[in-house]
Design a protein around this ligand. Structure first.
Ligand code: GLA
Length: 659
């Protein structure tokens, strides 16, 4: 990964000057300087203005804006402007529009209405990219290229005939022969055997349950297809603007999981991420922390760029919750603590018209004479003080495995319980660990695990033999691992691993399950250690493990629910139920203690993360927190002798004397 190409820990934002008359642009640059804006993302949705008719370009306004920004010392993340096609393109060529699984066209009138496999869309988009790259590829203000926007947002999959043909080509490359496809998809079932690739369609709306491997492969194809689109723009940019790094803004978030970003990482010069706090979630800050840790995992531990977040309200949620005073700083530092080397926002000035006019912005409708703008300026000042943090790396003792393919497969229909959602387990376990004051990396199952004291494997329904072998080697070498229920069930083709669950991990864990016994919504079960669980139980026997807790009631009283096996120099735990939050926290406490995981802070609402020699302390709670540290608090400039005292709702970033 290349370093984030802005100075220090920069504050930035999407800038959409095309929504404003030119006199406002000058005021914008002056205000940006006042607030401490170091970079802007420019032109994301400006295709229709830049190319008002096919092949006729108007760059004059963009030239002027770039000039003003450059004069103002503001770096530019230059968008390729291809996110939303102009109406002339979709009018002349409606075949570029995406089609859903029921065969309905998704029409223009909103944004991002294009089929990822359309060669015609790609041709027009690349023509614009070429113009932009030739014109601005060596402009001194341009430090980064921003391909399209949130690829896959709104249209991550398309079921049209063009996509169908692309899907068949992808399958032919993956399988070579149709016999291999039939084998992988288990098409002997329900008379689905294909005679040739030409007979295969995308998984369109069917009368009954679709073939799950067909669906899984379509998910893989769709992720690859958007990556292929990204590569096409990237290659052109590299050719015409070789000195400027290229990226696109990912959406590592719990409500969007259609791209396997681990497989995208090698093609990104740096990882950029958009994240919006989701007020609908039970623990929005925990989800934010999880996504930040996963973004760092995608970046292979390298610093990353928070491209977009919200300064306050988010209009696409049912209730547009405003950030409370002080929240902006803590939310932004949560990203920085977890590896972000810049903090970007959507957007600079709140729009007066259009679908996002009620989305918050750095300059609200009220104008710069507002508490929001003053808080933004204070954030700009705080981030400026943290400049020296840039480039440092987060240190974590715990790894939590995450795999988008496992998520796609786990969340397909017709499973033992629709209550089991892949991400729920990852989020709950991540929160349990971080609330203890420990730090977790969220990494792909193929990551090198050797440096971690504890590895958590939440609901890894689909896993390869290689993953199972790597975990076994990790434990034998002295590692501690926790595997939670519905893990290791199927191989990469979504075929059951027979002989008893949890298939791939049976030997490592020393357990064998004959039958699942999921609970109905509202049903609970008690364990004999006093904890409470719901959603899941299973008929588990131990073959070579110690029983730590059993179900006390429910469908399987007396059956093991939590087991532990000493393996080589390490320990392998199996949790066969869905513990409530309190019991999860207690088990996390025990596991982290036994594994010797370092806790940097008191936990709870006090988030403590270490980046290189910098200790971030974010106190979400109402009362002051005391955390051991020695050095200088970069935010206040005060010396810290033995411990730093952080008032409720405040933060400290201590440059520690010892690394
Ligand atoms: C995403 C998009 C932006 C904007 C925001 C609103 O980040 O990239 O264009 O729509 O969402 O939250």
């Amino acid at each position: 990964m290349r370093p984030i190409p802005f100075d220090g820990i920069a504050m930035g934002c999407d800038y959409n000057p095309e929504q404003w008359p030119p006199p406002v642009w000058r005021e914008d640059v002056a205000l940006m300087r006042e607030a401490g804006v170091g970079f802007v993302t420019l032109g994301v949705f400006s295709w229709a203005l830049l190319e008002p008719e096919p092949g006729r370009y108007d760059f004059d306004w963009l030239d002027e804006v770039l000039g003003l920004l450059h004069e103002g010392g503001i770096a530019v993340d230059m968008a390729t402007a291809t996110a939303s096609p102009p109406p002339w393109l979709t009018t002349a060529h409606p075949e570029v529009l995406p089609v859903d699984a029921a065969g309905r066209t998704l029409w223009p009138g909103s944004r991002q209405s294009w089929c990822p496999s359309s060669p015609l869309f790609r041709k027009h988009a690349l023509r614009l990219v070429e113009q932009l790259a030739r014109r601005y590829g060596s402009h001194p203000a341009v430090r980064l290229w921003h391909v399209s926007n949130e690829l896959g947002c709104h249209v991550g999959k398309c079921w049209c005939d063009v996509s169908a043909a692309a899907f068949r080509r992808w399958l032919a490359t993956r399988y070579g022969t149709v016999e291999a496809l039939n084998e992988a998809w288990g098409t002997s079932f329900w008379s689905q055997r294909y005679g040739s690739f030409d007979e295969v369609l995308p998984p369109r709306l069917t009368p009954a349950i679709p073939n799950p491997t067909h669906e899984l492969d379509f998910a893989r194809f769709s992720s690859d297809e958007l990556l292929g689109y990204y590569r096409a723009e990237r290659d052109l940019l590299r050719e015409l603007s070789p000195d400027v790094p290229v990226t696109t803004n990912l959406m590592v978030t719990s409500h969007q999981s259609e791209q396997d970003y681990f497989s995208w990482a090698a093609d990104l010069d740096l990882v950029a991420q958009d994240h919006y706090l989701d007020a609908r979630l039970p623990h929005p800050y925990a989800e934010q922390a999880f996504c930040a840790d996963l973004t760092r995992g995608v970046a292979g531990g390298a610093p990353w760029l928070l491209m977009e977040s919200a300064p306050s309200a988010v209009n696409w949620q049912p209730v547009n919750r405003a950030k409370r005073p002080g929240e902006l700083l803590l939310d932004s530092l949560r990203h920085v603590a977890r590896g972000a080397d810049a903090v970007g926002f959507f957007q600079w000035r709140a729009s007066l018209a259009g679908a996002e006019k009620f989305h918050s912005a750095l300059v609200p409708h009220a104008g710069p004479d507002s508490a929001r703008f003053r808080e933004v300026s204070a954030l700009g000042d705080a981030l400026r003080r943290l400049g020296e943090v840039a480039g440092s790396r987060v240190r974590a003792d715990v790894a939590l495995l995450h795999d988008w393919e496992a998520e796609w497969a786990c969340d397909l229909g017709s499973h033992p319980s629709s209550q089991v959602r892949y991400l729920d387990a990852g989020l709950r376990w991540h929160r349990a660990v971080t609330e203890l004051g420990a730090t977790a990396d969220v990494v792909h199952p193929s990551a090198d695990l050797s440096a971690y004291r504890l590895v958590i494997v939440p609901t890894l329904y689909l896993c390869s033999d290689a993953t199972a072998a790597a975990l076994e080697a990790y434990v034998r070498g002295g590692g501690h691992v926790l595997v939670t229920y519905f893990s290791g069930i199927v191989d990469e083709n979504d075929h059951i691993r027979p002989g008893g669950y949890p298939g791939a991990f049976r030997e490592l864990l020393g357990v064998r399950t004959e039958e699942f016994a999921p609970l109905l919504p509202g049903e609970f079960v008690s364990l004999d250690d006093g904890s409470t669980a719901d959603t899941w139980t299973e008929l588990l026997t131990v073959t070579d493990a110690e029983v730590v807790a059993r179900y006390a009631d429910g469908p399987l009283p007396g059956t093991p629910a939590l087991t532990r096996r000493a393996v080589g120099a390490g320990t392998a735990w199996y949790l066969a139920t869905w513990l409530d939050e309190t019991a999860t926290a207690e088990l996390a406490d025990r596991l982290t203690r036994e594994a010797g995981v370092v806790r940097l802070g008191p936990g709870g609402g006090v988030e403590v993360v270490r980046r290189g020699r910098y200790l971030f302390v974010l106190n979400r709670g109402p009362v002051a927190a005391v955390v051991r540290a020695h050095g200088v608090d970069l935010l206040s400039g005060r010396d810290v002798a033995e411990s730093v005292i952080v008032s409720g709702g405040c933060a400290a970033v201590v440059r520690q004397d010892e690394a």
